[in-house]
Design a protein around this ligand. Structure first.
Ligand SMILES: [Ca+2]
Length: 223
């Protein structure tokens, strides 16, 4: 009987010891895993920091010379008006800023001739009749390598004889010329160009007013 009791006690002790060992093992394993997890987290964190550091210290990629590139900001000096039959030179246009990297010639295209039958020749822009011409000006690689600068311009062409620039040619234009000559009014720069309907380099005179009147009564077929 005593032996039996001892056996039971021993057995219980053994089971208890086994349970304790199992418990300790589980605890140890859990601690080890937590350690691994912590280590892994630290590794990830240091990796992120290393990448961040690399990004911060690596200069952004630039093509050679790109850092010094000065983009075109504008094209100036484009005339706003012209006279039918008189080529309008675009030679006085300029690219801004003056130190823009790309100072290549400006390419001009007729975007919309506005019914003027406008065309370019070596003298400049020509229009066969009055109206507004829309031009596109392009500087190749003006903004950056492979990126053009582009701007739209409108140029109004006036008929020859339209001294007062009102879009039609009539007796009022002849009168305006005469009034300008006696300094009652001052014709605009464009008006003076339109008013010059006689040949030669002489300034606008009464002969131009007379020619307009002759044209209006069909003594002249064209101005
Ligand atoms: Ca007029």
């Amino acid at each position: 009987m005593i032996l039996f009791v001892v056996s039971i006690v021993l057995a219980m002790l053994a089971v208890g010891a086994l349970a304790l060992v199992s418990l300790l093992t589980v605890e140890y394993e859990a601690t080890r895993l937590r350690g691994d997890e912590l280590q892994a987290t630290q590794l990830v964190q240091s990796g992120i920091e290393a990448i961040a550091q690399t990004v911060a210290t690596t200069p952004s990629e630039q093509a050679p010379g790109e850092a010094d590139f000065v983009p075109v900001s504008d094209i100036v000096g484009v005339p706003e008006g012209g006279t039918v039959g008189a080529p309008l030179a675009l030679a006085n246009t300029a690219i801004l800023p003056a130190d823009a990297t790309n100072q290549e010639a400006i390419s001009w295209y007729i975007k919309d001739d506005g019914g003027t039958d406008a065309y370019f020749d070596k003298s400049g822009l020509n229009a066969a009749s009055a109206g507004t011409v829309t031009l596109t000006a392009i500087v190749d690689d003006g903004l950056a390598q492979g990126k053009d600068f582009e701007k739209i311009f409108t140029i109004r062409f006036y008929a020859r004889g339209d001294a007062n620039c009102d879009g039609s040619v009539n007796a009022a234009d002849a009168a305006a010329i005469l009034r300008h000559l006696v300094r009652l009014i001052t014709l605009s720069e464009q008006g003076l160009k339109n008013a010059k309907v006689t040949a030669g380099d002489k300034p606008v005179s009464a002969a131009d007013a007379a020619r307009i009147l002759r044209y209006l009564v069909r003594l002249e077929t064209k101005l």
